[in-house]
Design a protein around this ligand. Sequence first.
Ligand SMILES: Cc1cc2nc3c(=O)[nH]c(=O)nc-3n(C[C@H](O)[C@H](O)[C@H](O)COP(=O)(O)OP(=O)(O)OC[C@H]3O[C@@H](n4cnc5c(N)ncnc54)[C@H](O)[C@@H]3O)c2cc1C
Length: 526
Amino acid sequence: MSTAQSTDVVVVGSGPTGLTLAHELALAGVRVIVIDKLADPNEHSKALGLQPRTVEVLDMRGLLGAVLERSLTQVPDAHFAGLPVVMNYRGWGSRHPYGVIIPQDRVEGVLEEALAARYGIEVRRSHELVDLEQDADGVTATVATPHGAVRLRSRYLVGCDGSRSAVRKRLGVAFPGTRTAFSGVVADVTLKKGADALGERPKSIRDLLGVDKAHQDRMTWPLVPLQNGLYRVVWGIYGRGETDADRPVTEAEVHDSVRLRYGDAVEVDEIRWLSRFTDSAYQAEHYRRGRVLLAGDAAHVHLPAAGQGLNLGVQDAMNLGWKLAAEVAGWAPAGLLDSYHGERHPIGASVVENTRAQAVLTNPSEEYDGLRAIFVQLLRMGPVSHYLAGMVSGLDIRYPMPGSGTDELTGARMPDPDLTVDGAERPLSTLLRSGRGLLLTTGATRRWGTLADAWAGRVDAVTAAALPDVPADAVLVRPDGYVCWAATASDHTAPERLTDALETWFGAPGPTPPRSEAAPEAAVSH
Ligand SMILES: Cc1cc2nc3c(=O)[nH]c(=O)nc-3n(C[C@H](O)[C@H](O)[C@H](O)COP(=O)(O)OP(=O)(O)OC[C@H]3O[C@@H](n4cnc5c(N)ncnc54)[C@H](O)[C@@H]3O)c2cc1C
């Protein structure tokens, strides 16, 4: 075994959650090592879609342009359980009221390239976490590599290592949930025949729906055109989850499934990738144990209904990143790191719950026809459609925090209007690219800006000409884009509440320890 190598945080897993977290930590000047057991970046994609809240946070960090460049298309609408009434995101006040259709490997590519280009951090591949121990000062991870086992010593370790998380198992964190009744398959294939009949890339979420339930034991979804001549095949069977979950899929099943839906009109040529998925729904009881934390699929798994899992993981990482960075930097107020579990566990539980509801609504059995019919009627009602679109997109997230019951902004995500700052127009989200908190005032509230002076380095104070379409004249925004204080110019309690909010989220006033820009990694020792 090699000598231990030390760093601030070890991130286990370079999926979308681990890469987003590594970004957030590196942005805050934390030294990070990212390991992944795979020898090469993933070339296959479970997820095909990004929800609007993820689009917003990518924009907030200057990564959206690269993601859109590699995307297949954008869709302005959403679905719930594949029911035939689609929903839209209008009414949630987003600059990006659309979903992005992009294979997961391309999202990971953008994040991994940016991590290397911006911070010089390369994912250490063929590095598999096999054990970990923690003590009062840190965590020691044992990692299997092609050159033998190495030990990594860090102040914190985060398991972003997917649904079968070795980190979660080593911690002994309970993962209760419901076992599977549904077994689905995704396959990426090329076609010998029929591509012309399938049309172009989806322009609406409607193009991805239209499940064929004619064969009661097998539901097939329309083929989705991907990139480079690839098409995605998806089918699923209810009542067979337990027996199918670990059985390898055969090539004959893929051919049969396409034939069932398209007859002789479409014929599969090569099968490039095959994977099973189920409606198993589990959630870790605790997202933190001491110096080890869990995020993404390591903390929750569920049916990929309405495309929420990747987004949930990215939002976990955005919530955790700045809090963990504050802890490492030494300015975190008491309870900040624990608020990660406090804020994110209920959100994870609610996604698990809505996917379980969708699993029931998708079940083709006649006994659910009545339920489906009622849900379709409900979806035609504006407020219901608005509510569910907010739920699956992550745009509705509100974190309970002091003041969140008293105004409509506190606890919610900060809107992203165009602002005029120092005579130049810019989207508000660009002011959050630093990864620091933001105290935004206007002409009438400019005097409150100096209250943040004692938090310089943790909070940027900016004055804009106005806050268009925002029901406040000043706001304090956390690094993850959520409002933690808001006030109108006439609010006499505002300065006192602002100081409280600064202490609650950004710690005691005083000098902020300097960031180690582009934190260097320690040399590898074997
Ligand atoms: C069929 C299907 C379709 C989906 N569609 C969507 C969608 O459209 N939209 C959406 O939002 N979500 C979707 N999802 C869910 C989404 O794919 C996952 O939620 C997402 O991949 C979770 O990201 P993650 O980074 O948490 O975990 P993962 O993507 O699983 O990444 C975990 C990483 O950890 C590494 N690792 C594992 N163990 C170790 C170890 N011991 N040591 C080192 N490294 C390790 C793995 O190699 C992997 O790279 C879909 C899922 C499925 C199955």
